[in-house]
Design a protein around this ligand. Structure first.
Ligand SMILES: Cc1cccc(C(=O)O)c1OC(=O)C1CC1
Ligand SMILES: [Ca+2]
Ligand SMILES: [Zn+2]
Length: 317
């Protein structure tokens, strides 16, 4: 809408008070932040499946109802993710040209899912057991937006090894975003909105993929056809390598020197945007990450050595 920028207030899915940019037009305040790129827009699907739904309109710029929470989280977490990519990597939205960030919440009924549909992020409410409102987690929002970044850069095909890299890239930047601009950092994915009745678990674990039954070494990779050839399963192998590169540790008898979360993120961002292609497999990912570490830190740097070791530790040559 065309209007005037205001600062709205509200409560998010996690019960935290938030402020965010809104646009007043006529007698409504809309969840439209016109201060970032071509804008951040949050829509309401009203528990149906027609997309994008209607731009979220509020009468008093105060979003404190239970129904409002999913929208507050989607808008705030999209804002935080926009700022993360801009401030950390100099990337202006997913297309690096300020593309509008569109999110839809209250999609369908009890929908245990979140996805990037090629032009917008879509979040279900969850069924209250397996998931609560999926926009409530920064690492989930950044995961979904990272799918868009991947589409505009490496274009990793969403199946088999290239698809597992696509998924791991989203888990990696979801976690780096949580470390950089979020709160309660951990190596779990989606912990803030997964099984609200159970503490300490996540949809996936990057530090210990096996905790969720996912592989943490190439020798135990999934080779079946489910999940587009295991894109959310074999991502555990790459997630483990990224975790080891950031935090260090010993795995399958291989010791890795940790270089920190942000330096790991910088290396994977360069690999994604400079070297990876739609058909990259795990072996080409190793080459891309090691080369990126050399580009950024030097051929014989600690970072380059650790990058190679992190792939040795998960059996990728
Ligand atoms: C919950 C869910 C189901 C299916 C696909 C995805 C997907 O976006 O790949 C998905 O969202 C996530 O994985 C986010 C990180 C928690
Ligand atoms: Ca997390
Ligand atoms: Zn994903």
């Amino acid at each position: 809408v065309t209007g005037t920028t205001y600062t709205g207030t509200g409560i998010d899915v996690l019960g935290q008070s938030q402020t965010f940019k809104t646009t007043k037009s006529g007698s409504y305040y809309y969840l439209q932040d016109s201060t970032r790129g071509k804008g951040i827009y949050t829509y309401d699907a009203k528990n149906r499946t027609t997309l994008p739904g209607s731009l979220w309109a509020d009468v008093d710029n105060v979003l404190n109802t239970t129904y409002d929470r999913a929208a507050v989280s989607a808008h705030v977490n999209a804002t935080k993710t926009y700022d993360f990519f801009k401030n950390t990597y100099g990337r202006n939205s997913y297309d690096n040209n300020g593309a509008a960030l569109n999110s839809t919440v209250h999609y369908s009924r009890s929908y245990n899912n979140a996805f990037w549909d090629g032009s917008k992020m879509v979040y279900g409410d969850g069924d209250g057991q397996t998931f609560t409102y999926l926009s409530g987690a920064l690492d989930v929002v950044a995961h979904e937006l990272s799918h868009a970044v991947t589409e505009y850069t490496a274009g990793l095909i969403y199946q088999n090894e290239s698809g597992a890299i696509n998924e791991a890239v989203s888990d990696i930047f979801g976690t780096v975003a949580e470390y950089s601009v979020g709160s309660n950092f951990d190596w779990l994915v989606g912990e803030d909105i997964y099984t609200p009745g159970i503490a300490g678990d996540g949809l996936r674990s990057m530090s210990n993929p096996a905790a969720n039954g996912d592989p943490d070494h190439y020798s135990v990779r999934y080779t079946g056809t489910q999940d587009n050839g295991g894109v959310h399963i074999n991502s555990g192998i790459v997630n483990k390598a990224a975790y080891l590169l950031a935090s260090g540790g010993s795995h399958y008898g291989v010791s890795v020197q940790g270089i920190g979360v942000m330096e790991m993120g910088d290396i994977y961002y360069r690999a994604l945007t400079v070297y990876l292609t739609p058909t990259s497999n795990f072996s080409s990912l190793r080459q891309a990450v090691v080369q990126s570490a050399k580009d950024l830190h030097g051929a014989t740097s600690t970072q380059a050595v650790a990058a190679a070791k992190s792939f040795d530790a998960v059996g990728i040559n």
